[in-house]
Design a protein around this ligand. Structure first.
Ligand code: 13P
Length: 248
């Protein structure tokens, strides 16, 4: 059995005072949790996570990283800097990065490699647009997104990634994939992992993301290949995030 991972993606939300209350509530509420927990926060708050979550079982991470190691890249944040602040995870290829920053499958693959080189666990996001789903292209689009990453990493490195299936039409919309729709895509993704490394594929976590809430988390997380959640909106409310953690 794969241990579930519930990861929050705060996106561009937070302030020192709001975060302090949220992190403290999550920390005290997550005491008995039997799943892995992480929060992926805006880069300015890595230090705050390090001070408020250090020594707890809750991990923290970033939402993006540079493909470069250091140097004249104004505005970018290197993988080593995330590691320097104790980040365990980094989201790569989130659909908002793909849409608003033109991130290609190739760039996402390079970011995955950068993350692995600094010892971070990349949470590699894949997902189709509504029109792609409606025209029957889901497996093709999502499969190609994962293929690009798999081509860039070694069979051994496969064991060190997390995959997140986030149908773009379900993000922040209140629409969720049905558990069976999500499971079908997760099973297809698992097949690709198996082709790359049959032994490690069974250990790789595939998260679902897109309007996961306390009232739908249980049925999604019950599916065979749904190993956790990447939670946006509901990760900003301690009670909702903790309810999803309990469901896992
Ligand atoms: P919501 O949970 O707000 O739909 O966001 C999902 C997401 O994009 C997580 O990365």
């Amino acid at each position: 059995m794969r241990r579930k991972l519930i990861a929050g993606n705060w996106k561009m939300n937070g302030s020192q005072s709001v975060n302090a209350a949220l992190l403290s509530d999550i920390r005290s509420g997550a005491g008995q949790a039997t799943c892995d927990i992480a929060v992926c926060v805006p880069a300015p708050y890595f230090a705050q996570c390090q001070s408020l979550l250090g020594g707890s079982s809750i991990a923290w991470g970033g939402q993006d990283l540079s493909i470069h190691e250091a140097g004249a890249f104004t505005g970018e944040v290197a993988a080593s800097m995330l590691a320097d602040f104790g980040c365990a995870f980094v989201i790569v290829g989130h659909s908002e990065r793909r849409t608003y920053h033109g991130e290609s499958n190739d760039l996402v693959a390079k970011k995955t490699v950068s993350a692995l080189r600094s010892g971070l666990t990349p949470i590699v996001c894949v997902g189709e647009l509504l029109e792609q789903r409606e025209s029957g292209k889901t497996d093709e689009v999502v499969g190609a997104q994962l293929d690009a990453v798999l081509a860039a990493i070694s069979a051994e490195e496969l064991a060190k990634i997390v995959v997140a299936y986030e149908p773009v039409w379900a993000i922040g919309t209140g629409k969720t994939a049905t558990p069976q729709m999500a499971q079908n895509v997760h099973a297809m993704l698992r097949g690709k992992l198996q082709a790359k490394n049959p032994k490690a594929a069974g250990e790789v976590k595939i998260l679902y993301g897109g309007s996961m809430k306390p009232d739908n988390a249980g049925e999604l997380l019950a599916m065979a290949d749904i190993d956790g959640g990447l939670i946006g909106g509901a990760s900003l409310k301690a009670a909702d995030f903790l309810a999803i953690i309990r469901a896992a």
